[in-house]
Design a protein around this ligand. Structure first.
Ligand SMILES: C[S@@+](CC[C@H](N)C(=O)[O-])C[C@H]1O[C@@H](n2cnc3c(N)ncnc32)[C@H](O)[C@@H]1O
Length: 269
């Protein structure tokens, strides 16, 4: 049986005040109200719910049953029928949904959770297999703030650092990060997120989430996409119009190489 690494931490996911302001960006990139959209790693539906009204059909998949359960509850609460949107448990590196999509997205750095080359090959094979003619995919990673050598030398640290803290009805929720270890060859980081819920000064709950973050630089991210047979259409450095390679994020829209129009780096959308 597969372990859900997010089983304990999923309930804290939506409290993160540092989630990116990317929803308007993805809303604008839905090609038409007739479009079918696939979200890889939809999580608790942070992006899913606000995108559903903008398209004809929306399908989300996520490997975590706990995240999917929260997302499903939100869909039910919003009264969204299953012929309009559904979310399923699934692995983005090996799936077959039996239908094509006009837009495939994976917001908030989902690609970086894919650790091995074999899994990356599987992910891009699945994207190929699910793109409608003329369809496109948008992937995103963060832009590392150090060069590879700097990352190798400085990333690992035993110290816990406060990432964010937010008030709750009865106290506060804090998220700490520990830079636990790193695969220096493949530039894969293994951070641990520690969620602590306090009532007053008393620690009431703690949940630890150990994740994988494979790192890419502006050139290696483009290379990854091209070497899997896709053509790059547009690139951004963030969600506020930053040029590619200069902002905090790396965001690339790409399509099947044979049908791709190469537009490249508009200043903003
Ligand atoms: C940072 S969260 C992003 C969630 C959502 N896209 C958002 O923007 O809020 C990453 C999500 O990717 C999912 N994920 C990671 N690896 C996956 C895989 N191999 N297959 C499916 N989902 C995966 C995790 O379970 C998690 O919900």
């Amino acid at each position: 049986m597969k372990i859900d690494i997010r089983a304990e931490a999923a309930r804290y996911y939506d409290s993160n005040p540092d989630a990116p302001n990317d929803v308007p960006f993805y809303q604008r990139l839905i090609p038409s109200s007739d479009a079918a959209v696939l979200e890889l790693g939809c999580g608790t539906g942070r992006v899913t719910l606000p995108l559903i009204p903008r398209c004809a059909y929306y399908h989300g998949i996520d490997i975590s049953p706990a995240m999917i359960a929260i997302c499903r509850a939100k869909l039910a609460q919003a009264g969204i029928p299953p012929d309009k949107a559904r979310v399923d448990e699934g692995d983005i590196t090996a799936f077959d949904l039996g239908r094509p999509f006009d837009l495939i997205i994976a917001p908030f750095r989902v690609l970086q959770n894919v650790e091995t080359d074999a899994e990356l090959d599987g992910l891009f094979r699945c994207i190929h297999g699910h793109l409608a003619p003329g369809g496109t995919c948008i992937l995103n990673v963060f832009r590392p703030n150090r060069d590879p050598q700097g990352l190798r030398q400085h990333w690992v640290s035993s110290e816990e650092q406060l990432s964010w803290e937010t008030p709750t009805d009865t106290g506060r929720l804090a998220c700490y990060a520990r830079q636990a270890r790193m695969d220096v060859e493949r530039l894969v980081l293994f951070p641990e997120l520690i969620y602590r819920r306090y009532e007053g000064d008393e620690l009431k709950e703690e949940a630890v989430l150990k994740i994988v973050m494979r790192c890419y630089y502006p050139d290696t991210f483009e290379q990854l996409i091209r070497e899997h047979g896709f053509g790059i259409i547009r690139r951004w450095g963030g969600y506020a119009g930053e040029p590619y390679g200069e902002g905090p994020e790396l965001v690339i829209q790409f399509g099947d190489d044979r049908s791709t129009r190469h537009v490249d780096t508009p200043p903003t959308i």
